[in-house]
Write a protein that binds this ligand. Structure first.
Ligand code: ZN
Length: 317
């Protein structure tokens, strides 16, 4: 048996027990909720954190995290599994894309957060100090947002700490999504985790507000495989053949208006190719999206509605 009970974020689970709570939080003066599952395995092992809905409308991750929370066999679990399936409840409740509604910031650019910042800064700070900093491994489940079609890929943060970076890569390989992107973007969950030595992977599956059984199964299978890699489950895992995306280009709209993409997610595109155009509200073309590199369309916004500053699409190679 695991030697002792385990406490995190004020929730305590006895050895071999599962505790589930909806935490009532006051973040920058705004009441919000955070459902938390704490599974304390019957045997010793690592602490693995799984979060989903850092962006509230990425449902494949939430559905897979719920499945993991409700079905994991505590007798077979080594160490602790901590699962927050809806990390940004205000965004989930409003079906908001990209941002946390109280301050309209992208939560996944606010990590490790600030104790005295606005809502998303303080929520990031709460998640970072209470959950991420207590983990030995971290998987953050994302997907295309409600307005985006996407082919699955994983993202790891490159810190320059070779040991941590190698473990994050192995975690991503164990998760098993074919495409892996290395990122130096600051403010994300995985960059903040890796910066303090917690190997972490951000996984993108699904999009457009859908959560098909096949996509939920892909995310769930990846989580199980990651847990096996971390040593949480006494079973083998097979590192799947993966392909690291060495180059990428993200294109954004310069205008409010209407977006007419001419490519679909997964399409192969060539440098110079016309990928679509944005018109103003009177139908005049105000921007043409031209591919700046050869590659694969990893995600594309599929709503006609477009705002200045929003992503149009993303190419990886
Ligand atoms: Zn996301």
């Amino acid at each position: 048996m695991s030697k002792s009970s385990f406490s995190i974020a004020g929730v305590t689970a006895a050895p071999g027990a599962r505790e589930a709570r909806v935490l009532e939080l006051i973040i920058a003066g705004t009441p919000t909720q955070l459902p938390l599952f704490v599974l304390n395995g019957a045997q010793d092992g690592p602490t693995v954190l799984v979060t989903a809905a850092i962006h509230g409308g990425e449902y494949v991750g939430t559905a897979a995290a719920m499945q993991l929370a409700l079905t994991t066999d505590l007798a077979a679990l080594r160490g602790q599994l901590v699962i927050a399936p809806i990390a940004s409840m205000t965004a989930y409740a409003k079906r908001a894309i990209y941002i946390a509604p109280p301050d309209k910031k992208n939560l996944n650019r606010c990590f490790p957060g600030k104790a005295d910042g606005s809502f998303a800064d303080q929520l990031a700070h709460w998640i970072f100090t209470n959950l991420i900093s207590k983990a030995d491994f971290y998987v953050d489940c994302h997907g295309g947002d409600i307005n985006e079609a996407l082919i699955p890929f994983s993202v790891i943060s490159i810190t320059g700490n070779a040991a941590v970076d190698a473990k994050s890569m192995k975690l991503a390989e164990a998760f098993g999504i074919r495409y892996i992107m290395t990122s130096s973007v600051k403010g994300s969950t995985v960059s903040a985790a890796a910066a303090i030595g917690v190997p972490a992977v951000l996984t993108e599956v699904g999009g457009q507000g859908q959560w098909s059984p096949a996509e939920v199964q892909q995310m769930y299978d990846g989580l199980i495989s990651s847990l096996a890699f971390a040593g949480s489950l006494a079973r083998g895992f097979k590192a799947m053949p993966t392909h690291v995306l060495e180059h990428s280009a993200s294109m954004r709209s310069d205008h409010d208006g209407l977006w007419y993409p001419q490519v679909k997610v997964g399409d192969t595109v060539k440098t110079g190719q016309n990928l679509g155009h944005v018109t103003d509200f009177l139908g005049n073309t105000v921007q043409t999206a031209i591919a700046s590199m050869d590659g694969t369309v990893m995600y594309v916004v599929t709503t006609l509605a477009m705002n200045a500053g929003d992503p149009l699409l993303f190419i990886g190679a």
